[in-house]
Design a protein around this ligand. Sequence first.
Ligand code: NI
Length: 191
Amino acid sequence: MAVLPIVKLGDPVLRKKARQVSPEELASPEMQGFIDDLIETMHAANGAGLAAPQVGRSVAIAAVHVEDNPRYPYKPKVPLTVFVNPTLTPLSEDAALLYEGCLSVPDLRGRVPRHMHVRVQALDRHGAPLDFEVKGLTAGTYQHEFDHLEGLVFVDRVQDPSTFSTWANFDRFHKAAFVEEARALVNRYGS
Ligand code: NI
């Protein structure tokens, strides 16, 4: 296993729609080794998620995993999940403005509208079908990673550019209020 370099905003790979992965390719030792590396890289960087284009590979594979995360202390836990060739379907009109950040966008956060209830259909890393619903902040995390596979970055979805903030200034000026909002969402949606 290896920690891979994370590509940053401006790299064209982040702007490409990632290609689907066939079951045969997914099962290959090479691709399984790549998925191990993607997970190790996400953990090494304290990411809540990481998508393959962020390590320079334009395939529709992403991972999410939230435990006690120093980058996002208010996020509820999410078990390690690898999802391949996903589709996301909003299941309600509910949305919230979440502060997001991204390992490919150093030292910037901003507020992004996200659906609060989505259905995720995908393959797991072994090619078995996944079909589940996620809510609240966790739904936001999935939408962020799904966007990477579509060639989108969270900055594209920021509707009010005045919400852009460095991480230090987020902590200083915005974190306390947002943690309260996040807590209310977790209470409402259970995640
Ligand atoms: Ni990201």
